[in-house]
Design a protein around this ligand. Structure first.
Ligand code: ZN
Ligand code: ZN
Length: 169
């Protein structure tokens, strides 16, 4: 899927890599990130002088999330810029760090886990549909953005309390 041909990279100095990752791709499995449609990835890998491989590009997709208050779906396109550095395992002091990944022997470099890591880090799974979202009634589960349920008046919201006091006067 996101495999970089290292021989070609050595030969040509850079390699362009475009991929369309299905929402159901195993790449996202267990990541907590869900997509509403395929994710487009456009990357350019280049060989840096010191033997490092630098991969830059962009990832485009529509996220599938739920409002944390009312649980309604919240759509949202993201365009995330990627910048990854791969260091050969032969390099002295090579270790996985922020945005730096170590790669070992082989004719191909699999970029998927590095891309996945970046995306998981960039996507906030906790969203709300609207800052005024009223959420669900904690007693009956009614979506209070759409409906007023019968429990509302017993609610201890201070605004309702004021109203009740006024009514009783
Ligand atoms: Zn909501
Ligand atoms: Zn209710």
């Amino acid at each position: 899927m996101l495999r970089l041909d290292l021989a070609r990279l050595h030969r040509e100095g850079f390699v362009e890599l475009d991929a369309r990752l299905p929402a159901a791709s195993t790449l996202w499995e267990g990541s907590g990130v869900e997509w509403d449609g395929p994710v487009e990835v456009r990357l350019t890998a280049s060989q840096a002088g010191s033997g490092e491989i630098v991969v830059r590009g962009v990832l485009d997709g529509r996220l599938k999330r739920e409002c944390r208050r009312c649980l309604e779906p919240v759509g949202g396109a993201i365009e995330h810029e990627l910048a990854l550095v791969f260091v050969s395992a032969d390099t002295e002091g090579a270790e996985d760090d922020d945005g730096v990944h170590v790669y070992g022997q082989g004719t191909e470099l699999d970029l998927s886990s590095a891309v996945r890591e970046e995306v998981v880090f960039a996507v906030d799974p906790y969203v709300i549909c609207d800052s005024d979202c009223q959420g669900l009634c904690s007693r009956c589960g009614t979506n209070r953005n759409r409906q007023t349920c019968n429990c509302t008046e017993e609610h201890t919201d201070p605004r309702w309390e004021t109203l009740r006091v006024l009514k009783e006067k």
